[in-house]
Write a new protein. Structure first.
Length: 258
């Protein structure tokens, strides 16, 4: 027992002639179906066959079965909740499929939306400077989504003085009156103060990358040049979160005698 097509007495509770629409991005295609157990035994289901000629699974294998866990008691209805694990690079579009329960099938219309998912390696970079303002590094970028990504041009991020930020936060906490802390957790107060500290005047670090086009599933190593502002102070630790579309690189800058 376990495969929905081999279970005698299992039927769709609300079968429709029109396809059931399921929409989302790869990895987030979820649906549900109501079934009824016409038998006198409890049924435990582990999988449900699916026919989808134009869809592939996560490992590029033919998509033929959906894993699930469901129990349906005799003469009662139950809900089969399932995920459709398609290849993450599946192009956006509408795909036809059908699910099988007992001797019946239910048609599906699966609408896959565009999904941008870019990852970067390394995820952290550190620069030590005695006055140098330009650093070039190789960055490995992988397109894990299902849409073409165009790279290149200039990105910027705020470069924050770590010690100054921590010092400002400590000073602000010490200046708070007891009634300002009443009914609030330390974490909530610290988070609110951090927001104000983050808006202190900050320098900007820039990143200029080579032009490149990444198709879904493609990975390329691209040169990126980071440019530091000339206003940095000696013997400081600065940090920034550099976003390259949906990828993020944490950058730490340590200055010595400039």
């Amino acid at each position: 027992m376990g495969i929905s097509t081999t279970v005698t007495g299992l039927k769709f509770a609300h079968k429709t002639q029109k396809p059931i629409t399921i929409h989302g991005t790869p990895g987030r295609l979820q649906g549900s179906l109501s079934v009824i157990n016409k038998s006198e035994s409890k049924l435990t289901l582990r999988s449900m066959p699916i026919k989808a000629s134009k869809l592939r699974g996560k490992d590029q294998d033919k998509l033929s079965e959906l894993r699930l866990t469901a129990r349906v008691y005799p003469q009662q209805t139950g809900v089969l909740r399932f995920n459709i694990p398609v290849d993450p690079t599946t192009p956006a579009g509408i795909y036809d499929a059908s699910l099988q329960v007992g001797g019946e099938s239910q048609s599906l219309r699966i609408q896959i939306h565009e999904h941008m998912a870019l990852s970067a390696i390394p995820t952290t970079l550190s620069f030590v400077t005695t006055g140098e303002c330009s650093f070039t590094r190789d960055i490995s970028l992988e397109n894990r989504g299902n849409t073409t990504i165009m790279l290149g041009g200039r990105d910027e991020a705020l470069l924050k003085d770590v010690q100054k930020r921590e010092s400002l936060l400590s000073n602000e906490l010490q200046r708070l009156e007891p009634d300002q802390l009443k009914g609030k957790s330390t974490g909530d107060v610290a988070a609110a103060l951090l927001q104000s500290v983050y808006h202190q005047k900050a320098d900007v670090i820039a990143l200029v990358m080579e032009d490149a086009t990444l198709q879904p599933g493609e990975q390329q190593t691209i040169k990126g040049t980071f440019t530091l502002p000339e206003t940095l102070q000696p013997f400081k630790h600065y940090s920034a979160d550099m976003d390259i579309l949906s990828a993020r690189i944490k950058v730490d800058v340590y200055t010595r005698g400039l």
